[in-house]
Design a protein around this ligand. Structure first.
Ligand code: FAD
Length: 409
């Protein structure tokens, strides 16, 4: 059997594709291959954290406001629509969003091969342009099978999320400093928040979503001492206002060359809701302790160990798994590829050398990662719809739909 589309992975981006296909007039024959044993999304460590974007940026609404897979319908099914509306917050709790994604994924379990990994994609050998891709899939028992698909959607290897871990080489363990991983924060949280005398000074080192959430949570505890965050996440830069330290004057370009945006400091009021919450909590901490305990924000320092020298406990991100983990998958296509064309935030279409690949044979990279990582890419529903639409408009897609249009000059 030849699939119309094979999707590598079954995260939010591919789930949006599954929904768009389900809602298309003539659904294509799609296989999803996911290495995890079941659907799962980054489970939030802390239950009260929220998505950065309002609920309409779900898996479907912006493409099809009448979709049965909208967040609104999910709330309706869960019998919480009125309560959600009354809660007066447009941004869903991450815990609830995770449940929404799992609920939506549950509708497609027959189309997903869980516990299987795509280990390679290669063009089918033939004379003339490539018409099919051979996709090697390794199952949980280690056995590899090759299936054929006309088009492929892969997860984007997104470099911007691939931040290097900050260096902690100068941590003084002999002096009692301790490092714990962000992943262990939940289990260690109560110890840290206990009645420690003297108060514990805590540093958080990292640039991802968990770091920001942990920082926010630490600031809710009135028994902690100073808190330091060392990060490369520029979205936290507005918090430097809390430091009160004057930055040395920067050399300035003559005004006709200077870009106004380089000169402006981003204000707290223009930053995300979470950063504003962090700012408010840090300020309350400072007022309540009459300035004895504060939040210190260090953005962009490679020597995290030095910046954390007065912390008793350092909560650190582990080295991120490379976002380029799927890089090797497409090496079989190297000789055919010219480059990628970006479509919106979340979609890239691979461009092939002229005549090398049939028009009906597409390869896309689709990712729901957003710039700050705290919300799904806002155009994911629409771009997933474009992929599905393109399947129907390719030559073989038209055949599938029963209408073959041929024109000769
Ligand atoms: C800890 C953490 C917290 C986050 N919190 C939030 C948040 O609060 N809000 C938010 O919007 N975003 C958050 N994000 C960002 C998150 O990455 C995106 O929300 C979203 O998951 C991206 O969706 P995706 O489908 O593009 O990629 P992913 O979710 O990464 O899905 C890709 C899937 O493909 C599978 N896969 C990859 N390669 C293969 C292969 N070769 N074979 C088989 N399967 C494969 C993977 O197992 C994965 O399930 C968080 C990220 C992290 C790491």
């Amino acid at each position: 059997m030849v699939y119309d589309l094979l999707c590598i992975g079954f995260g939010p981006a591919q789930l949006a594709t599954a929904i768009a296909n389900h809602e298309s007039r003539k659904p294509a024959n799609v296989l999803f291959v996911e290495r995890k044993p079941t659907f799962s999304w980054h489970s939030p460590q802390l239950t009260r954290t929220r998505m950065e974007s309002p609920f309409i940026y779900d898996l479907a609404t912006t493409r099809n406001p009448r979709s049965a897979f909208s967040y609104t319908n999910y709330l309706f099914v869960r019998d919480r629509l009125v309560e959600f509306t009354n809660s007066d917050r447009l941004n869903p709790l991450r815990l609830e969003f995770e449940d929404y994604l799992s609920w939506a994924a549950g509708h497609f379990k027959d189309n997903v091969r869980y516990g299987s990994e795509v280990v390679g994609v290669a063009p089918e050998k033939c004379d003339g342009p490539v018409r099919r891709w051979n996709v090697a899939i390794r199952d949980a028992k280690g056995q590899t099978q090759v299936v054929q698909a006309r088009s492929i959607v892969g997860p984007s290897p997104s470099g911007k999320h691939d931040q290097k871990p900050l260096s902690l080489t100068s941590v003084d363990f002999l002096a009692g400093q301790r490092i714990i991983s962000v992943d262990d924060y939940k289990s260690r949280r109560n110890d840290l928040r206990g009645n420690n005398e003297p108060r514990l000074n805590i540093a958080v080192v990292g640039s991802g979503e968990q770091t920001i959430e942990i920082l926010d949570d630490l600031l809710t505890c009135p028994r902690l001492g100073n808190i330091t965050v060392v990060t490369e996440n520029e979205s936290l830069a507005p918090l430097r206002i809390l430091d009160g330290e004057q930055e040395p004057p920067q050399p300035r370009l003559c005004s006709i060359w200077a870009k106004p945006s380089c000169e402006q400091k981003s204000p707290i009021t223009g930053s995300s809701e979470l950063v504003q919450d962090i700012y408010a909590r840090a300020y309350e901490k400072q007022v309540a302790s009459k300035g004895e305990y504060t939040l210190r924000v260090v953005v962009g320092s490679r020597d995290a160990g030095g910046a954390c020298s007065s912390a008793n406990v350092i909560i650190a991100e582990q080295a991120q798994r490379s976002a380029f983990a799927n890089n090797g998958l497409f090496h079989g296509l190297d000789a055919l590829v010219l480059g990628c064309r970006q479509k919106g935030d979340s979609l890239e279409e691979v461009q092939f050398k002229r005549g090398a690949v049939a028009e009906s044979c597409k390869v896309w990279m689709l990712s729901a990662h957003s710039e700050g990582g705290r919300s799904l890419a806002k155009d994911i529903a629409v771009r997933a719809g474009e992929v599905v639409k393109a399947l129907a408009t390719t030559e073989e897609g038209r055949e599938r739909d029963g209408v073959t249009i041929a024109a000769r000059m």
